[in-house]
Write a protein that binds this ligand. Structure first.
Ligand code: MEV
Length: 327
């Protein structure tokens, strides 16, 4: 008997980067998913097949030992998510010794796009291997394990991605504490991929260097983001999408101050605003990856997404998903 796990991707509505320094963040699971299937196999190693993103990104096949070493990989250049898979397999072996398995990972959105794919892949692999092993994993233990993988692979990380992909919903997260927020039903998001990968570990390090270099100015930007997040929470809870949009625009400015926007992301943000977004900003680590636009009308969001596609980027129209990991 095999295991099948579905994990949502996530966007950060407000508070990325500042979350790494203990400030709050607001994130939302969205209706874009990573699917992981695992089937017990003969042999002494795990065979892994990943297909993330649309065809152009291709497929990666690899063999991973139970201790998490990648033994063979078909296309090393495409295999960044493999470090997370390998680390997750090594961690599962330490925790509950799963049997060797064939693991298949699929997802529509491209990897390294700032949408939490790495956390979703880790959560999917861990939950699938736990299910094959008959191991009961509480959601909280799953999110702890996902965070351990993130720390192992990328060094510094907040609880935002592990918590959001595991629990789903719209969440206010401070450190490891989190709570669910109400979300207006008419909230629609356009997620636009800039075509350039975003490397979370690298971007977190770049921001750390900037903070070292500009000192208290950088700290004040982080504090401003922290204050903004509280206002975003208020706007969400009162269902005021116009106010929320205005706050997302300010958040984009603060992220630009931290140096994580790019020419492409700025172009997308401006195009989304011109197309009627109530607000738009970089989401996730930046340096590439995605921007989001906030809408209160599905057909306007579809029109904006078509415009972004026509500019040569890739846009998805989506909504927050209440679901986290599902087996
Ligand atoms: C990544 O989705 C968001 C960052 O704040 C890093 C983190 O919170 O771990 C850049």
């Amino acid at each position: 008997m095999g295991a099948h796990v579905r994990v949502p991707l996530k966007v950060i509505l407000s508070g990325e980067h500042a979350a790494v320094y203990g400030h709050p963040a607001i994130s939302a699971a969205v209706e874009l998913y990573v699917e992981v299937e695992a089937e017990e196999s003969d042999g002494d190693a795990f065979s892994v097949r990943t297909e993330l993103g649309e065809q152009a990104l291709g497929e990666v096949r690899a063999t991973v030992t139970p201790s998490g070493d990648v033994r063979r990989v078909s296309s090393p250049g495409l295999g960044r998510e493999l470090s997370y898979v390998a680390s997750a397999i090594g961690l599962c072996t330490e925790e509950f010794s799963p049997p060797p398995a064939e693991v298949r990972i699929r997802g529509e959105a491209p990897p390294a796009s700032g949408l939490g794919t790495s956390a979703a892949v880790s959560a999917g692999v861990i939950a699938a291997l736990a299910s094959l092993s008959g191991e009961e994993l509480s959601r909280d233990r799953l999110r702890e394990l996902v965070r351990r993988v993130e720390l192992d692979v990328q060094g510094r990380a907040s609880w935002v991605d592990p918590t959001t992909v595991t629990y789903g919903g719209v969440l206010s997260i401070t450190g490891r504490e989190f709570r669910r927020l109400d979300c207006p039903e008419d909230l629609v998001l356009v997620i636009a991929y800039s075509g350039r990968p975003s490397r979370t570990g690298e971007m977190v390090d770049r921001v750390a260097e900037l903070l070292d270099s500009v000192g208290s100015v950088g700290e004040r930007v982080m504090e401003a983001i922290g204050d903004l997040v509280l206002k975003v929470e208020g706007a969400l809870e009162s269902g005021d999408l116009r106010r929320l949009g205005e706050l997302l625009d300010v958040n984009h400015g603060l992220l630009s101050a931290l140096g994580v926007s790019t020419r492409e992301l700025d172009e997308i943000v401006h195009a989304l605003r011109r197309a009627g977004a109530l607000g738009a900003k970089v989401t996730g680590a930046g340096g590439g990856g995605c921007a989001i636009g906030l809408f209160d009308d599905e057909s306007r969001a579809e029109t904006a997404a078509a415009l972004i596609d026509a500019m040569g980027y890739r846009a998805y129209v989506t909504r927050p998903s209440p679901h986290g990991v599902r087996t």
